[in-house]
Design a protein around this ligand. Structure first.
Ligand SMILES: [Zn+2]
Ligand SMILES: [Zn+2]
Length: 274
């Protein structure tokens, strides 16, 4: 992509800030998840202790009963007191577990909230991606359209390739090198007819001595002269034809006069014979 598109830069920045917002939200989700897991495992620890204590209490009571059956009251009392202190411990643990459930609810709520936020931000990242990609696609097409405006043709002098844009007002016929060389070939001349300055190219086959305006005048004069000459020729031709026709008529008249004379002479003779 040639050049920097400010809109693409803006969308790129929007994308990267959406990504960092998402990363921050994900970090919070991870933290709340860790807290939730930690609270859960604390409850499991309490549960393990609870079942351990329950077993212990059961064991102490059954030991107490068997000592009683054996008649050993002291030993039975000792087991009962152990069972009682375990019972106290159990009550404490139940209290802690209850408090822990409160924490678990809080941790779960915090985790769910963080997860929702993360989802919203993930959609925003997707949106920003779509926007960025759409702009990128647009710019690619634009670039292709711009590239299509560039064409090539051969230099009229050396044939080397000239790259030009179809939208240029003046599309060059010469390559840069030939153009510069050709520029040096142009020279000012003074018209021999009107004295005005005009430009000629030393590379031309016929270098004019008169300016373009004078050349037009000379051309017009020449054309007029030729027209005049043609008219004169036509008139001459017509008058020659006319003279020829008159001469022919005269000859014909003379011939017919001769015939009349001859006929008269022949008629006279015949009359004499009769
Ligand atoms: Zn050239
Ligand atoms: Zn002139």
């Amino acid at each position: 992509m040639s050049g920097k598109d400010p809109e693409l830069s803006r969308l790129g920045e929007a994308l990267s800030s959406a990504r960092s917002a998402y990363a921050a939200a994900k970090k919070i989700t991870d933290e709340t998840k860790a807290r939730l897991n930690e609270t859960g495992s604390r409850i499991q620890t309490f549960n393990a202790k609870i079942s351990e204590l329950k077993k212990g209490i059961d064991a102490e009571y059954s030991a107490m009963r068997s000592e009683r059956a054996n008649g050993d009251r002291d030993a039975a009392d000792e087991h009962r007191s152990l069972a009682q202190s375990m019972q106290e411990k159990l009550t404490e643990i139940y209290e802690s577990k209850k408090a822990c459930f409160g924490e678990l609810d809080e941790a779960r709520a915090a985790f769910n909230k963080a997860l929702d936020t993360q989802k919203v931000l993930r959609d925003k990242v997707q949106e920003a991606w779509d926007g960025f990609n759409a702009r990128l696609e647009y710019l690619k097409n634009e670039n292709a359209r711009e590239q299509a405006k560039w064409k090539e043709k051969p230099c009229k002098i050396c044939g080397s390739t000239i790259r030009y844009n179809v939208e240029w007002k003046h599309i060059p016929n010469l390559c840069k090198e030939c153009f510069d060389k050709d520029k040096a070939n142009w020279e000012d001349r003074v018209c021999v007819k009107c004295g005005k300055t005009f430009r000629i190219n030393k590379g031309w086959e016929h270098i004019p001595t008169i300016c373009g305006d004078c050349r037009k005048i000379v051309k017009a004069e020449k054309a007029a002269r030729e027209n005049e000459k043609a008219a004169k020729l036509q008139a001459e031709k017509e008058s020659a034809e006319e003279s020829a026709r008159l001469a022919r008529e005269e000859r014909e008249a003379a011939a017919s006069a001769l015939v009349d004379v001859a006929n008269e002479a022949v008629g006279g003779a015949a009359e004499g014979e009769n």
